[in-house]
Write a protein that binds this ligand. Structure first.
Ligand SMILES: Cc1cc2nc3c(=O)[nH]c(=O)nc-3n(C[C@H](O)[C@H](O)[C@H](O)COP(=O)(O)OP(=O)(O)OC[C@H]3O[C@@H](n4cnc5c(N)ncnc54)[C@H](O)[C@@H]3O)c2cc1C
Length: 380
């Protein structure tokens, strides 16, 4: 059963988030509850929401009836079928393991200088840059490396120019709360933002749509989802695995990629360092073990690498996604080829989607907040 939005004690609020989501390790750190809290009760520290004004586990406003944080939390009462109906006009079928989509293609930026600063084909960045320059959006909720204390630590921000978007190119496999700047962005008057998001962060926006917290979801014009199996704890993923065990110079890291193993590419053109996935898997964040959504099923457009060298696997899902995609294609900035050219990639995506779905079933998360139809091969 999903965790309900209403409990026996009444509406769900911070108390329920604290005990059922944060304390249980289910909290993804998406920052959604902090963004929407209307009373400045919640703050975000060490990738976790914390109550700052009162005790750790209660909220005086919640006791009086405020449930805004629970309305934003994708781990309480996330109605996946309802979101499907809202976005696609129907619920997905059990065999649609990668979610509902209109089209799947491989795509890449035509510009080698963009590809050099991006993860796969540079589609996330090129889409954002085109949309900004065409006036389709007024900002991009994104992330980049370069915190002063450590070059591989990351932060979230609003990008408003091509250079700021490209500063955030490439993937960070540690968690970055890209929705967090939405709070200030709304105060600053942004009205058509694009959100770069791993699947749990796409769910934050969709949850707001079903619980009708319009103040925030109405400002997000485009949700770009990144395929994701897991994110890792900075300590030990970066500090132990790379720095202590392999003496990798963090100032010399050009890119980190995961394709069957973790590969760290140096800036100086030296040999990449490969790290076995089995070494880092135990360093995955706890909530990732409970996530069934590999392909960001509720994004407008989902993007992944999946063994492709220099191309982004692109799933166009919603009508909003279609409109942005057609605009980007018409700009001439990208080249596109059919995904059917490489059926093994589509098969791999399907198998990874099953793997994510299975870990929820195997963990016994029958109460998990995102009930989903399972094909017969997965039914326990
Ligand atoms: C944590 C993580 C895990 C992933 N796992 C897989 C996987 O298992 N299989 C697969 O096929 N693809 C995976 N991807 C997606 C893949 O790495 C690329 O992001 C995707 O192919 C788009 O490439 P691109 O060149 O078009 O993006 P780019 O143009 O390089 O843009 C990437 C965008 O992603 C944003 N971003 C980077 N890191 C994060 C983060 N941690 N959280 C939120 N936004 C971020 C950047 O700010 C930027 O806007 C993962 C991505 C992330 C962030």
């Amino acid at each position: 059963m999903p965790l309900p939005l209403s409990t026996k004690e009444g509406h769900a609020h911070w108390r329920d988030l604290f005990y059922d989501v944060v304390q249980t390790g289910l909290c993804t750190g998406c920052s959604g509850c902090v963004v929407v809290c209307p009373h400045q009760v919640l703050d975000y520290r060490n990738l976790t929401p914390v109550q700052t004004l009162d005790t750790a586990d209660t909220c005086v406003h919640g006791e009086k009836g405020c449930d805004t944080c629970a309305r934003a939390c994708p781990r309480i009462g996330y109605g996946a079928p309802e979101v499907d109906r809202l976005l696609f006009g129907r619920e997905k079928q059990p065999e649609e393991l990668c979610g509902i989509h209109q089209e799947i293609v491989f795509a890449r930026s035509r510009e080698p200088r963009v590809r050099a600063r991006t993860q796969d084909g540079g589609i996330a960045s090129t889409l954002a840059i085109w949309a900004l320059e065409a006036g389709e959006i007024d900002g991009v909720l994104t992330s980049s490396n370069g915190a002063e204390w450590h070059p591989l630590d990351s932060g979230a921000y609003v990008a408003t120019s091509a250079e700021e978007v490209l500063a955030g190119g490439m993937s960070r496999y540690t968690y970055v709360p890209t929705p967090l700047p939405l709070k200030q962005a709304v105060k600053d008057g942004y009205s058509r933002l694009a959100l770069m998001a791993v699947p749990c962060q796409t769910e934050f926006v969709r949850k707001l749509m079903t619980t009708k917290v319009k103040k925030y979801y109405s400002r997000v014009a485009l949700v770009v989802g990144l395929l994701c199996s897991e994110t890792f704890e900075f300590e030990p993923f970066i500090t132990q695995t790379m720095v202590e065990r392999r003496a990798i110079d963090v100032h010399n890291v050009h890119k980190i990629n995961i394709k069957g193993k973790v590969i760290v590419y140096p800036k100086d053109g030296g040999d990449p360092v490969a790290i076995p996935l089995k070494e880092v898997r135990p360093m995955a964040r706890s909530h990732c073990h409970h996530c069934p959504d590999f392909t960001a099923e509720h994004a407008d457009i989902s993007l992944g690498g999946l063994g492709q060298d220099g191309w982004t696997l692109t799933l166009i899902r919603t009508e909003v996604g279609r409109t942005f995609w057609e605009g980007l294609k018409a700009s001439g900035l990208i080249e596109v080829r059919p995904a059917e050219e490489e059926p093994e990639v589509l098969d791999l995506m399907r198998r990874l989607a099953i793997k994510s779905r299975k870990r929820v079933v195997e963990a016994g998360d029958r109460w998990y907040s995102r009930p989903q139809p399972l094909p017969s091969e997965l039914t326990p």
